[in-house]
Design a protein around this ligand. Sequence first.
Ligand code: CP
Length: 300
Amino acid sequence: MSIKGLISASQLSRGDIEKYIKVASRFAKRNLPIKAKNDPPIISLFFFEESTRTRVGFIAAAYRLGMEVINVTEAKFHERMGRAESLEDTIRSIQSYCDLICMRHPDPEVFNSLDLILEKPVINCGNGDGEHPTQALIDLYTIYKEFNRLDNLKIAFIGNPRYSRSAHSLIIALSKFKNIEIRTISPKELYFSNEQRKAYLDSGNILEETTEMHAGDMDVIYVTGFPAILPIKTFSQKMQARYWITPEVVKTFKKGAVVLCPLPRIDEIDPAVDGDSMAKYFSESKNGLYMRMAILNKFL
Ligand code: CP
């Protein structure tokens, strides 16, 4: 693929991840707008699926960096919005008005179809159930802040690793680090596919899979959403509830463990857990601002 930007976590080397974390930490410490000189860069947001954190987070990050933002909401990519125009034509036209595109789209293959069209750097803000590499960087930044390391970690993926784009990018990114033990805790049908786990297993790190909620020895509890209806089948409320994080479940986690979640949280984490010192998902969301600043800073 010839697209510039960040489409997949597989593009990130260990050094890249460490650099992103360093730059995000610097932005977090300064906590000040860093104004671009003269003509500020313009970023365009193309979100063909709902988003709160990623869309607003990139807008806020761009403003913090003194950039200008075009939030494309009225493109005629859908019949509902008037006469439909192809995504390719929309992108061809709009990219000449901006310096970088942040895009979310329901099709996991969307970047393959745009490969020869995109001239500006593109940040993949989620492509269907494919990947969410910027979320993986936010997750790793949060883990680094909590543990001061990204090697030698035990990480549980709870709920729905198979259809979580955040989990897909995170397992790929974790393959760049050493002595990682991942345990997926989910129904068997929701274990990572062979393709999703390949890069990680090739790195020599360990993957265990279990249907039982057994995470008492894990450093990081990564909770992925578990919608009732998934492409393979519909899961009962009773089955989903086996993987919910409740105060009783949190009591089984070891001291110093952290609970992360890319959010939105629907019912996978009981709000009664929010006040627990292990609950770090809202800090994770806040860290997203600084990591998104680091990502824009890298490409502009
Ligand atoms: N984590 C995440 O991608 O959240 P949004 O869907 O709100 O952007």
